[in-house]
Design a protein around this ligand. Structure first.
Ligand code: RIB
Length: 288
């Protein structure tokens, strides 16, 4: 089981001819709203890959539509508190090259309480993993408390902030970040991925695939060439799909499955809505 203490956002997605320059007013060609947030995207990716996940999050009184969406993905709403703060949202521009620009309003994602976290962790079993990102409050508290209870902790360093990584580094077993973030962290800490003293460091490298640095071994995974139309949530898809398989111990398959899941995800619009299920990923891998 993976307990994911993670963000939930309303994604407001605008397709634009190019990403806006400072001071520019730009007309969008379409507008869509989706369920999003790095946390819930990762939970959905775990579930769609066939893993077991329990999402712990916070929504405001305006979060009814997002609750319906989450339930529609088959996830339990038991761990999702209703708080007296507007629901978090993201304003997302996607250009013709499938690149994006995202502005976040944290809102309800910053309303976690220690009590909510303690109650969720009290239900965990020794073999469970805790999953965290950098879009919610009290992340160091969750990591520290989970570790003290003997659970394994995975941290996705997104959105990247070196200070936030430093705060959890002593309490995590797996760090996930992209290539640019890995370089920024190495320059901040003066140490590379293999020298962080962690059991596992997962580095995604876009078209160059991914690497998992584990104790005495580095696993490499190539990427699958696809025509991408929207890369929003691709990293979340990779990590969730990877975790679903990795917790069972098959590292090489976890990496290949995750690369295929994220390749499929970028061929569709939206974040959570674009995440493929296990059968689709397996069918994709069969013809590769
Ligand atoms: O990683 C993609 C996600 O980042 C979006 O769904 C958006 O909500 C932001 O959290």
């Amino acid at each position: 089981m993976i307990l994911n203490f993670g963000s939930i956002n309303l994604d407001l997605v605008y397709r634009v001819p190019h990403l806006p320059a400072p001071g520019e007013t730009l007309a969008s060609s379409s507008f869509m709203r989706y369920l999003g947030g790095k946390g819930i995207n990762q939970s959905i990716a775990v579930a769609r890959a066939g893993g077991t996940v329990h999402h712990i999050g916070c929504l405001g009184p305006d979060g009814g539509w997002l609750r319906e969406q989450i339930a529609g993905f088959g996830l339990s709403l038991d761990g999702i508190a209703t708080v007296d703060v507007p629901t978090g949202h993201a304003v997302i521009f996607v250009d013709e090259a499938a690149e994006n620009q995202i502005v976040l309003f944290g809102g309800s994602n910053h309303a976690f309480t220690q009590d909510q976290i303690d109650r969720a962790l009290a239900q965990a079993s020794a073999e469970d993993w805790v999953l965290l990102q950098n879009e919610t409050n009290l992340v160091p508290y969750v990591a520290q408390t989970a570790k003290a209870r003997g659970l394994k902790v995975a941290y996705s360093a997104a959105p990247f902030d070196a200070v936030a990584v430093r705060e959890v580094l002593d309490h995590i077993d797996l760090l996930a970040l992209n290539e640019g973030e890995a370089a920024a962290l190495a320059s901040d800490l003066g140490r590379g991925a293999s020298d962080l003293g962690l059991d596992h460091v997962l580095i995604t490298k876009g078209a160059d695939g991914a690497e998992l640095h584990s104790a005495d071994q580095v696993f490499h995974q190539g990427s699958f060439a696809v025509e991408s139309i929207d890369t929003t949530g691709a990293g979340d898809t990779f990590l969730g799909a990877f975790m679903a398989r990795f917790v069972d111990g098959d590292v090489a398959h976890a990496l290949e499955f995750a690369a295929a899941a994220s390749a499929l995800q970028v061929t569709r619009q939206g974040a959570a809505a674009a995440i493929p299920d296990k059968a689709e990923v397996e069918a994709f891998l069969r013809v590769r």
